[in-house]
Ligand binder design. Structure first.
Ligand SMILES: Cc1ncc(COP(=O)(O)O)c(C=O)c1O
Length: 458
């Protein structure tokens, strides 16, 4: 490790100046809390394929891909040319275009179980409406949500999402509904029942006590916002059976997994048919397209019995992007390429980590995976605390400095796109990771001469 190359210096002058300027007009200098990284905030110039450039001209292999949407790659010519052509016909009429009908048909075709669809603009809107749909259909109020899952930024979703300190989630057998930030009425928070992921016994006890009040279970089929942690084998089949037994709807939030884990998303991947699903991200390759859908029976609440609308819902740009992206995912082997590229990246990382003698587990699916420095295969959010995520965070920062950009927070998975298969990107990711890992281990060794790491508990 003594030959670890020095950390290259990123150019930051323009971004720092932009950050100072933006801080005068935008809280945190950004349009989302999740992008506000203080003085390290990245201001992007452009992206192409699997790469992105900031306004200082630094180039990175992008492993965030906008938190997942750009499944084909940034600025994909096939999608962009189609959108450009369609948008010249006008974008927003608050009337319905054939593109929107086509999107619904494609979602039905690709999933094989969704029978009716409504488009929204964001994943947040999709989950908000889908939760209302479950309540409208069942006449029940409560919704079960798993700890560590993120379903967007509406009031019903911001419960028990990503605390750093696991104690805040309360006793595992009786978790508290931890509200994320101010401004969420307690009465709303109380309609959400938090549960540990992947624990069918817990759910059976809960349903036996309160099943008659529960409209739905909303689930990210893998913990897409907590390293893409997978449930225990059989969990999804068990969850499907249990929800049916108690007359509770099963809502797959496929905003991250949809059209990524398989053409039919996580429902196809796990072989489970939910009642409701929400989609966004990969369906529009970066354009703001989203949707909720479900069985004809459940969706029959619309339009008479339940509210849903939106000036921009199904706007031309989003609908055209979704049409083209979904057609590409249906007609080409793009998803195979994404999976195989993810497997190649994982193989490279495995060699690097194993040769350094560190324990590790890959979580998730090769197309969106986390790297956990731990001996134990995790099955729920609380397990994240037992991994050496401080080491991961140091590696992520080191990768950023060396020209690859995973999210600085270990909970966000790496996202692979079709364009990452091009050129030497896979090899570069591996060598950048190796250098960043060595540098992080060297810093740690200087701090802890024994070489022992302190498993960082949340
Ligand atoms: C599973 C899941 N649901 C919902 C959302 C919210 O989507 P959006 O950011 O488009 O509002 C996200 C965003 O990351 C998500 O990962």
């Amino acid at each position: 490790m003594s030959s670890t190359p020095p950390t290259p210096a990123l150019r930051r002058e323009k971004q720092l100046a932009m950050w100072r300027r933006a801080m005068r007009s935008m809280p945190g200098g950004t349009n989302s809390n999740f992008r506000a990284w203080g003085e390290e905030t990245v201001y992007v110039d452009r992206g192409k394929g699997g790469r992105v450039w900031d306004i200082d001209g630094n180039e990175y292999i992008d492993l965030r891909m906008g938190y997942g949407p750009a499944i084909l790659g940034h600025a994909d010519d096939r999608v962009d040319d189609h959108v450009n052509e369609r948008m010249r016909l006008g974008s927003t009429f608050s009337l319905t275009s054939e593109d929107e009908v086509r999107v619904a048909e494609l979602i039905k075709e690709l999933t094989g179980w969704v029978e009716m669809v409504r488009m929204t603009v964001s994943g947040t809107e999709a989950t908000m409406h889908a939760m209302r749909l479950a309540r409208a259909y069942t006449g029940r109020t409560k919704i079960v949500k798993f700890e560590g899952q993120y379903h967007g930024v509406h009031d019903y979703a911001l419960i028990s999402v990503t605390p750093n300190v696991m104690d805040e989630l309360g006793d595992r057998d009786n978790p508290v509904g931890l509200v994320w930030g101010r401004g969420i009425p307690q009465a709303i928070a109380e309609t959400i029942i938090p549960a540990p992921f992947s624990d069918l016994d817990f759910l059976r006890r809960l349903f036996e006590r309160q099943g008659e009040q529960i409209a739905a279970v909303i689930v990210e089929p893998v913990l897409g916002n907590a390293q893409a942690i997978q449930p225990r084998p059989g969990f999804h089949q068990g969850l499907r059976a249990l929800t049916r037994e108690f007359g509770i709807l099963l809502h797959y939030d496929e905003v991250k997994t949809g059209f990524r884990l398989a053409r039919g998303g996580a429902a196809e991947y796990f072989g489970v048919t939910p009642d409701i699903a929400t989609y966004a991200k990969a369906m529009g390759n970066g354009y703001p397209a989203a949707a909720f859908g479900g069985t004809r029976e459940v969706m029959s609440m619309l339009p008479e019995k339940m509210s849903h609308g939106g000036t921009y819902a199904g706007n031309r740009v989003a609908a055209a992007a979704a049409c083209k992206t979904l057609e590409i995912l249906r007609d080409t082997d793009a998803l195979d390429t994404v999976r195989r590229t993810g497997e190649r990246v994982q193989a490279g990382l495995s060699q690097v980590i194993e040769s350094r003698g560190l324990p590790y587990v890959f979580t998730g699916h090769p197309s969106m995976f986390g790297i956990m420095f731990t001996e134990q295969v995790p099955h729920e959010y609380r397990d994240w605390a037992d991994s050496d995520h401080d080491l991961y965070d140091a590696v992520a920062a080191g990768m950023h400095a060396r020209g690859a950009m995973p999210e600085p927070d270990s909970r966000e998975p790496w996202f692979i796109c079709e364009a990452h298969a091009e050129g030497d990107q896979v090899d570069r990711i591996t060598s950048i990771f190796a250098d960043a890992l060595d540098a992080a281990l060297e810093v740690r060794a200087r701090r802890q001469p024994t070489g022992a790491h302190s498993g960082s508990a949340g």
